[in-house]
Write a protein that binds this ligand. Structure first.
Ligand code: NAD
Length: 355
């Protein structure tokens, strides 16, 4: 893969003040990109430190074409996470994000701007085989169905001078100043630190691939400096084959690192951290993924440290903060719960604009 330099190249990160964006914008600035950040700030206050605010503190739906045109590449992180239940019409939630993603992709196409979209390995849904990019997808939630719909729309848009990239990420974990506690490894580490218990809300038998946030940043970086120009949508699974693990295995790694005990909470009592996609203790989303395509294209994409080392690293970084049960149960660190709070308290309207 031909590589071009990053120095002073102007890039725009849309959705910069979330979990990945807060880490990625620093990572890319350190690589000498000229980074402009944009975010409407739904989760800006879910932060462990005094944190930065996007240069463009706006909703992406109000972003003008004249501004987008100034950039060489757009990383499009803005999205709705997790499937809402009773309080909002789930599909409406996702239609909004599909519409704004494609609107910006079209501007990128017209202006020869690289477009990188984070999709998800959850599009594979369930299966005993190991899925690669050619496998038939089987998305089980509206979140993953929406990711596929966006991929399809990007494929349709692709063509001469527009070769968008869709990165199907494993489930991310690791330290970011705006950490999400609704992601499995982050959540279980927080349990172990604050409660000395690792509480599983399923039987732990589901398979998932996991990736550290540092490796996510590396994948975006490699795509930014690549010269992919084949006139197609380029889909890559992003992760490491060794990190396909059952949740119970993850829990045992954390147990060994912290001496916390594992508990199963299989009833569906709707407490705060209850995952609404899990029924009778079984998580239907279970998939193993093959990651060789991206590594073949980008041999530089190597796992620096093994999963256990990365989890240990996360635990020691989290331990530097005064982490209490209060933080573990703070809705600001959970995407769905925060959106429900904003809607219920009329801070945002049903179209997800600030009131
Ligand atoms: N975290 C993971 O495990 C994971 C895995 C696969 C894919 N992804 C994808 O990566 C992307 C980023 O994930 P994340 O974990 O950082 O999510 P996040 O929720 O922490 O960040 C998303 C950011 O987008 C912003 N945003 C949402 N709607 C907006 C709008 N209309 N205008 C401007 N900003 C808006 C939010 O305020 C938030 O800061 C998402 O597309 C997600 O689906 C994440």
């Amino acid at each position: 893969m031909k590589i071009s330099k990053s120095k002073n190249r102007k890039i725009l990160i849309i959705g910069s003040d979330g979990y990945i964006g807060s880490a990625l914008s620093i990572y890319l600035k350190n690589k000498n990109f000229k980074v402009t950040t944009l975010d409407t700030g739904y989760f800006r206050d879910g932060t462990l430190i005094k944190n930065f605010k996007a240069n463009l503190d706006i909703d992406v739906r109000n972003l003008k074409k004249t501004i987008v045109k100034k950039f060489e590449a757009v990383i499009f992180l803005a999205a709705s996470q997790n499937d809402p239940s009773d309080s909002i019409n789930s599909w409406k939630f996702y239609e909004i994000s599909k519409k704004y993603t494609i609107k910006i992709a079209k501007i990128c196409k017209q202006n020869n701007i690289k477009f990188i979209f984070p999709s998800s390995c959850s599009v594979y849904g369930y299966g005993k085989k190991v899925f690669n990019e050619k496998s038939i997808t089987n998305p089980l939630t509206n979140y993953s169905k929406n990711k596929l719909k966006i991929e399809k729309a990007l494929a349709k848009l692709s063509g001469k001078d527009f070769s968008p990239i869709a990165l199907r990420f494993s489930t991310v974990f690791g330290y970011s100043s705006r950490i999400r506690l609704d992601l499995v490894i982050n959540m279980l580490c927080m349990h172990a630190i604050t409660k000395k218990k690792i509480i599983l809300n399923s039987n732990g038998l589901a398979w998932r691939p996991h990736i550290s946030i540092d490796d996510v940043c590396l994948a975006f970086y490699l795509c930014l400096i690549s010269n992919i120009n084949n006139g197609k949508l380029n889909i890559f699974n992003i992760g490491h084959n060794k990190n396909n693990l059952q949740i119970i295995k993850i829990a045992k790694i954390i147990k060994n690192l912290t001496k916390a005990k594992i508990y199963f909470k299989l009833d569906e009592k709707k407490d705060f951290i209850y995952d609404r996609n899990i029924k009778n203790g079984a998580d239907k989303r279970s998939y193993k993924v093959d990651f060789s395509k991206f590594k073949k294209e980008f041999p530089e994409f190597k796992q620096k440290n093994n999963l256990k080392f990365e989890i240990k690293n996360l635990i020691s970084r989290l331990r530097k903060y005064k982490l209490t049960n209060k933080i573990l149960n703070n809705f600001k660190f959970y995407r769905l719960q925060k959106m429900e709070y904003l809607l219920k308290n009329k801070k945002i309207n049903k179209n997800l604009f600030w009131s």
